[in-house]
Write a protein that binds this ligand. Structure first.
Ligand code: ATP
Ligand code: MG
Ligand code: MG
Ligand code: MG
Length: 478
């Protein structure tokens, strides 16, 4: 049955409320008191203190729909059906309350019961942890899936640590069960042996149910935890892809409305060529990420979160150029992003003027330098090619960075698009030397050192902490 993305979010949160869970709003994309993470990338990340016992949760059963950013997936955008740098993760959590049994039964009930999502059970495949030298196989999960849920043995997949074990160094960790959905042959790679676990988008991973039951002492000695936890994560857009039987998460109702706005502005039509579709999807994805990040207080800069934001905006701007748009235009998409998401995230509407302005200023700044930079880049590229070189020099990449504000990742991409590789270590060397020079200049200037020596190159990312001032000038974009 067809369900809209907004309906599915509500259905999920309500389902777990009927199982005594407390519904909490999404946490900010900016991690609080957690230096290990640049941006929140899962539903459980902001709840770490509840899992470790450091903080008492408001209830031992919680459910959320969490805004997430995963820049690690940036190269996948537009190429796979299932990855966004921004997405929403639905989750149910147990802090020392229920465990494997309920977690598996409820996941199955939500997905297959006709009262809820009502997916065809014959298209769903669970996986369990296969075990290795240090950690036992998850026979219990296997038993529950097989005996209690009734899934035939040969439809339960057993995978190793990479897919089916959750662990971050020492501390609480454990096996997981993932649920895959077979979207049918038309979405497959068609290669022999294509099945659950194949990297193509036919068998799509929808839900990850983590059983945090061990403590790792840091040397791979595992002991059972006294307080066992459940942490699950299901991509809301992926669930919508399945329910709407659409090609990719960019074709899901609310996201498609944003893509449509991008096609309207750029004049490029969607579904005509692979290349254009990638650009349209990249723009759609990055403008979603950027809008939510700015809404949560991130500002473009050359470091940390601010750099992630800058990189997303400049990458989107470059794809706009590829589609022939030579003026700032991303800011015009913000209204649609707000419109499609304000039902659940009303803060977007409150901060819309501010978000729009931050994006516009960043686009204008970039536009000032990009044209000159592109010309220089093409020249440099031609020079390298003339000499028969396959490596783009680090010094040239640094020049583009330093003079034209090209983020290094953008240069890497353009170099790779031209079939060459970039000398990254030489670039890093140049960066290091510049930092040293700046530090020395600062020392030489004494207390006045901050005043304009670095032109923003080394300034910590600016974060906006309040909304009393609604203008970008007040918030100071570096
Ligand atoms: P994949 O193997 O497809 O990259 P994953 O194993 O990295 O997914 P998890 O870390 O297990 O994903 O996250 C839990 C759930 O969040 C996934 O099962 C999926 O539904 C969703 N998810 C993960 N990454 C993304 C993404 N980049 N875009 C949209 N949804 C995602
Ligand atoms: Mg992944
Ligand atoms: Mg996976
Ligand atoms: Mg996973």
């Amino acid at each position: 049955k067809y369900y809209g993305l907004n309906e599915l979010r509500e259905m999920f949160l309500h389902f777990f409320e009927t199982k005594d869970h407390l519904r909490l709003p999404s946490f900010s994309l900016i991690p609080q008191n957690d230096a290990s993470l640049l941006l929140i990338n899962s539903g459980m990340a902001p709840m770490k203190p509840y899992f470790t016992g450091e903080q008492e949760p408001p209830r031992h059963r919680v459910t959320t729909c969490q805004k997430c950013i995963r820049t690690g997936d940036i190269e996948n955008i537009g190429h796979t059906a299932r990855h966004g740098t921004y997405f929403e993760m639905l989750g149910n959590f147990s802090f020392g309350d229920y465990f494997k049994n309920e977690a598996i039964h409820w996941a199955w009930e939500f997905l297959t019961s006709p009262e809820w999502v009502g997916l065809d059970p014959n298209r769903l495949y669970p996986s369990v942890f296969a075990g290795n030298e240090t950690t036992p196989a998850d026979d219990e999960a296997f038993r529950i899936w097989h005996e209690e849920i009734g899934i035939p043995e040969d439809r339960i997949f057993k995978f190793g640590k990479a897919d089916n074990f959750w662990e971050h160094g020492s501390g609480p960790c454990g096996p997981c069960s993932e649920i895959y959905y077979d979207r049918g042959e038309k979405y497959g790679c068609g290669k022999p042996g294509c099945t659950v676990g194949c990297d193509c988008d036919r068998y799509m991973e929808v839900w990850n149910v983590v059983f945090s039951q061990f403590d790792n002492d840091g040397h791979d000695h595992y002991t059972e935890l006294k307080q066992k936890n459940i942490d699950t994560g299901m991509g809301l857009e992926r669930l919508a892809v399945v329910c709407q039987d659409v090609d990719s998460l960019f074709d899901v109702d609310t996201v498609m409305n944003i893509t449509n706005k991008v096609t309207e502005i750029t004049g490029a039509s969607y579904g005509q060529s692979q290349e254009k579709d990638v650009s349209l999807r990249v723009i759609t994805d990055h403008i979603r990420s950027a809008s939510f990040m700015i809404c949560d207080g991130v500002l473009p800069s050359n470091e940390g979160r601010g750099y992630v934001l800058r990189r997303l905006l400049r990458r989107a701007a470059r794809h706009g150029k590829l589609l022939g748009v030579n003026r700032p235009f991303l800011y015009e998409v913000v209204d649609t992003v707000v419109h499609e998401n304000e039902g659940h995230y009303p803060e977007l509407r409150e901060r819309q003027a501010y978000i729009t302005k931050v994006i516009r200023v960043e686009e204008e700044n970039f536009a000032k330098t990009i044209d000159g930079g592109m010309k220089i880049f093409d020249q440099l590229l031609a020079e390298h090619k003339e000499k028969g070189e396959t490596t783009f020099s680090g010094a040239d990449a640094f020049k583009l960075y330093d003079t034209y504000g090209f983020p290094i990742d953008l240069t890497i991409e353009m170099v790779e698009d031209a079939g060459m590789t970039l000398d990254r270590s030489a670039f890093d060397q140049e960066m290091q030397e510049q930092k040293t020079r700046a530090r020395e200049a600062r020392k030489a200037l004494g207390d006045l050192g901050w005043a304009g020596v670095e032109f923003g190159k080394d300034i910590p990312s600016t974060e906006f902490v309040g909304y009393d001032h609604d203008t970008v000038e007040d918030a100071k974009v570096v």
